[in-house]
Design a protein around this ligand. Structure first.
Ligand code: NZQ
Ligand code: ZN
Length: 387
């Protein structure tokens, strides 16, 4: 087991009706609030009205219309401007991971005099950030319990994971009933994203019985509960268990003491979303089984055998490579069974920019240091195999 130094300062408030505590939690931080949200789902679900009702004595400035794969320009820039113009004290993010990620970049930019992209691109490290409170409405990213956010800059085809310890939310509210309205497409994509967060940590050199068991349980919970949520969107227990399994996703808690893996599928998927604006979880579902096939070897075999036997219950008396190949097929079949389009062409991506994307990933994502190092050619081959 490797040494680690771990701290998560985020207070999690979980369960039906939990946002009743919002005025107390927010009031303890500040009264001048930037309320950030997306394209309108919170208005359709009634959550917007509920939040406004709970906060009559707060001074609220709004930043609506934050799009999926949140954009640096306009959303981050507009949010930073509004914070500075209105001496905002706290950001309240209400929506999915895109809204919260954008809010994290705004929180850092609001206390920085230069171009916020200096921070996101790590040219300059943030010295402080505005506090963030969030109400998460989509079970997927785990942004509610980590200090990262993924920001897209379309003009340069950049989609960067921006992480900084100042960006942990102060308080995250997780009420599963607010995920009842999540579409089948987004429920499936959220499941694929969260499963991939676990697989990115599971496929590594050094692991432990404890963390393997935790991650295997997380994968099984996500697969069982995603199917239940697709069958009955209002299944509170299934939505609740799926939400918590997602929350742990990028926090590091699943793999404390393990060796780092380099998160190769995310490195590759960020290019797909940056160049083609596709749904992140779908991009991951498409490339993961192809990445698995690409890296299966004598060196990685034992991880695939453990994964296949413990997650899919494959017969352990079969040959190791047979178990591994079955496990990869089961992974592909599961994503297909929850309605995810399993080729790049189905999400509008063809071979025309594969070379350019592979080069972009090889130059920016550090996958030469992944558990199984990937070269530009490896990346291009995985994209091609995913067509
Ligand atoms: O924009 P609105 O109207 O809110 O609609 C959203 C959006 O269209 C809708 N939605 C959200 N909650 C809903 C709902 N519709 C009905 N009912 C609800 N309760 O769903 C659509 C997608 O929302 P989005 O926030 O984009 O989805 P998600 O939460 O999956 O976030 C995806 C973003 O997170 C990043 C991804 O790269 C992507 O940009 N990630 C963030 C991570 C992190 N911070 O740790 C890690 C992840 O690996 C991921 O990269
Ligand atoms: Zn992800």
């Amino acid at each position: 087991m490797q040494n680690f130094d771990y701290m998560t300062p985020t207070r999690l408030v979980f369960g039906e009706g939990c946002i009743a505590k919002l005025p107390e939690a927010l009031g303890a931080i500040g009264r001048k609030v930037l309320l950030t949200y997306g394209g309108g789902s919170i208005k359709k679900t009634g959550l917007y009205d509920k939040v406004r009702e709970l906060l009559p004595d707060f001074e609220i400035t709004e930043l609506p219309d934050i799009q999926p794969n949140p954009k640096y320009d306009p959303s981050v820039l507009d949010g930073v401007r509004l914070c500075k113009e209105n001496s905002i004290e706290v950001i309240l993010s209400v929506g999915g991971g895109s809204v919260l990620d954008c809010s994290k970049a705004i929180a850092a930019g609001a206390l920085y005099d230069g171009d916020p992209w200096d921070l996101i691109s790590y040219k300059v490290r943030a010295k402080a950030a505005l506090p963030i409170v969030d109400i998460i409405t989509l079970a997927a990213t785990g942004s509610e319990y980590d200090c990262g956010g993924v920001i897209s800059r379309t003009e340069t085809n950049d989609k960067i994971g921006y992480m900084d310890p100042h960006l942990f939310p102060a308080v995250s509210f997780l009420d599963p009933t607010y995920t009842f309205t999540v579409s089948k497409k987004q429920t499936a994509a959220g499941c694929a994203d969260a499963m991939n967060h676990i697989m990115e940590q599971y496929f590594c050199e050094d692991s432990s019985l404890l963390s393997d068991g935790f991650m295997e349980a997380g994968l099984k919970s996500l697969m069982v509960n995603a199917k239940k949520c697709l069958a009955d969107p209002n299944d509170y227990t299934a939505r609740a268990e799926m939400m918590l399994a997602c929350t742990y996703g990028c926090n590091g808690i699943y793999s404390l003491g393990n060796s780092p893996s380099g998160w190769p599928c995310h490195g590759m998927e960020h290019a797909l979303s940056a160049y083609y604006d596709i749904t992140h979880g779908e991009g991951l579902a498409i490339i993961t089984p192809r990445w698995m096939k690409h890296i299966l070897s004598d060196r990685t075999l034992s991880r695939f055998v453990k994964y296949g036997v413990n997650v899919f219950g494959i017969d352990s008396s079969l040959g190791d490579y047979e178990i591994a190949e079955k496990a990869i097929q089961e992974t592909y079949d599961f994503f297909l069974s929850i309605g995810i389009p399993m080729t790049l062409r189905e999400v509008g991506i063809d071979e025309s920019r594969i070379g350019e994307m592979a080069r972009h990933v090889a130059e920016n994502e550090g996958l030469e240091n992944a558990w199984v190092p990937l070269t530009e050619k490896d990346i291009a081959d995985i994209f091609t195999a995913s067509l």
